[in-house]
Design a protein around this ligand. Structure first.
Ligand SMILES: [Zn+2]
Length: 74
């Protein structure tokens, strides 16, 4: 399985949101980081599997922490 590419965004309530780019159609799916679990099945609207393994989720959490530190929010 190819690792999905993702970006971290903070929404207007400073909640970390993961923006996952589908490896098949490049459609972007947004999901709150707090509601994601490792290997939780996530599907793009095209049907591709865009779930994140634990290692990717850990990297996402680290990025979110770095962004929050930059904005001085917790
Ligand atoms: Zn897709």
């Amino acid at each position: 399985m190819k690792l999905p590419r993702f970006d971290i965004d903070l929404d207007k309530h400073y909640k970390a949101t993961v923006v996952i780019a589908c490896p098949q159609c490049s459609h972007q799916t947004r999901q709150h980081l707090a509601s994601m679990a490792p290997d939780q099945p996530l599907r793009c609207s095209c049907g591709a599997d865009i779930s994140m393994p634990g290692s990717a989720l850990a990297a996402a959490r680290q990025q979110a922490d770095a962004i929050k530190a930059a904005y001085h929010v917790r």
